[in-house]
Design a protein around this ligand. Sequence first.
Ligand code: SAM
Length: 201
Amino acid sequence: MNDYWNHNTAYHPELLASVPHHTSRVLDVGCGDGLLLQKLAARTKHVTGIDPDATALSQARARFSIPSETRFILGDFLTSPELDTQRFDLITCVATLHHMPLIPALERMRDLLNPGGQLRVVGLAANKTIPDWVISGFLLVPIRLMSKAHRESGYPDMMTARPAESFTEIREAAARTLPGSRVRRRFYYRYTLAWTRPHSS
Ligand SMILES: C[S@@+](CC[C@H](N)C(=O)[O-])C[C@H]1O[C@@H](n2cnc3c(N)ncnc32)[C@H](O)[C@@H]1O
């Protein structure tokens, strides 16, 4: 599947707009079949994707038929030693944070950023409170209509998981781990988390 639209790819344009410049070092955590990686590689040549799913990673590699500087790491973001010595200007993470323990994942993202580097997460949260359920209920029909309008293609065959934390729990964890971060509820049953690593930390 080359290009497609779904509730995750809907946020690709704003992630691409976060690439600081054409020499930025970018990491996509849980790159899956590599659609975002492919788009990022058009903005900067220093792009790395990590995913523990060998099938998804081989699909990602197949997107880069010409020799490319894009790096692919088959492994777990939390423990991959290949990442330990690297630092990035932008880390993206789409529909993947809920596959990992929340605080350790946020801490590792924080630690792998250069000073001034940016973290951009598009995530899923669990409905736990009455406002969570009410908001989801109100969004149901408009989201269905938008999905039809965009001819939502469904989701590629990648590892999925149910989110464990609610939006409020994620916002609290982010406030503790990444002071100054911005966590917002977004339209397609997603939240976005944005943080810039201070130059002084
Ligand atoms: C729902 S898919 C999303 C893939 C892609 N980011 C997208 O937006 O289409 C979640 C991805 O997270 C990956 N994943 C799960 N645990 C991971 C971990 N510990 N480190 C890195 N990636 C992980 C899965 O293999 C899967 O490809």
